[in-house]
Design a binder for this molecule. Structure first.
Ligand SMILES: NC(=O)c1ccc[n+]([C@@H]2O[C@H](COP(=O)([O-])OP(=O)(O)OC[C@H]3O[C@@H](n4cnc5c(N)ncnc54)[C@H](OP(=O)(O)O)[C@@H]3O)[C@@H](O)[C@H]2O)c1
Length: 252
């Protein structure tokens, strides 16, 4: 997939990994649109990177998503790269947390249903292009679930499964489906995890660009690779490794 001269939408592009991805695409000569719920965060991103196009949009709201794609169609005439990045992580122990159900429902609504909503709305535009791509940002916990983020892990596992089936459905079309599986990344939602191996968001963006250029459909990043290999050899052992890391990080 080419990584220049595209029209790119990064959902959740106002902070963290999404903003790093948006910056990387700007630097490689692409038109970049970002969306998010908080207009102030979008304005801050725009102040630092005035070339960014920003649209306020909550991906859990169908009317807002339809407006977003209406604007993209009218202002840019099309879209050939969608990065489904918007997502949340709620701290939650399912057994002991009174609010576990509500927290999980919010994660499912944003991480899974929101991503499906955006994907469905984007497909007519992506299918209309000679070369286009859809990138889902999942996580290594899609493959090795983390006990203290059970529903979050389940949303990412569902996104992993959906990415694989959509890749088959789109096989004979111009739309390529990519999935990015990062390790822990140094952003706001995981600042409570004191893991020294957290990756910088800019590094994730770098891996994504390289993965697109080399048509790597599943982009497994840095330390996530070791866990990926471990879970192929022994899923139980991989879960133990992750649990030990989480336990160590919560003590640090
Ligand atoms: N950090 C990690 O360790 C890690 C590891 C693997 C995968 N990931 C994934 O990477 C993605 C980005 O996470 P991050 O760590 O960079 O977190 P972040 O800095 O909190 O970024 C999340 C972005 O999503 C937006 N967002 C949240 N809910 C939204 C909604 N309903 N509609 C539209 N935008 C929404 C946020 O903006 P508003 O709040 O203004 O809406 C923000 O721009 C997520 O999908 C996350 O699951 C993160």
């Amino acid at each position: 997939m080419k990584t220049t001269e595209n029209t790119v939408l990064v959902t959740g592009g106002s902070s963290g990994i999404g903003l790093a991805i948006a910056k990387a695409f700007l630097a490689s000569n692409n038109q970049v649109i970002i969306c998010g719920r908080d207009p102030e965060k979008l304005a801050q991103a725009n102040q630092i990177h005035p070339e960014l196009h920003t649209v306020t949009c909550d991906i859990t709201q169908s009317d807002e998503v339809n407006d977003l794609f209406g604007k993209i169609h009218d202002q840019f005439g099309g879209l050939n790269l969608l990065v489904n990045n918007a997502g949340i992580l709620n701290r939650c122990e399912f057994v002991s947390d009174e609010d576990a159900f509500a927290k999980g429902e919010q994660e499912i609504n944003i991480n899974l249903l929101g991503t499906l909503r955006v994907t469905k709305a984007a497909l007519p535009l992506l299918l209309n292009e000679a070369e286009s791509a859809l990138v889902n940002i999942s996580s290594i916990v899609a493959l090795v679930p983390a006990s203290n983020m059970g529903i979050y892990s389940a949303t990412k596992a569902a996104l992993h499964s959906f990415s694989r089936s959509l890749r088959h459905q789109l096989h004979n079309t111009p739309v390529r489906v990519f999935e990015v599986l990062p390790p822990f990344v140094d952003t706001e939602p995981v600042k409570h995890i004191k893991d020294k191996g957290k990756m910088a968001p800019d590094k994730v963006a770098e891996f994504l660009i390289k993965g697109l250029q080399t048509n790597q459909s599943e982009i497994i990043i840095g330390p996530a690779k070791a866990l990926y290999i471990a879970q192929r050899l022994s899923p139980t052992q991989a879960e133990r490794i992750l649990q030990r890391r989480i336990a160590a990080a919560s003590k640090a």
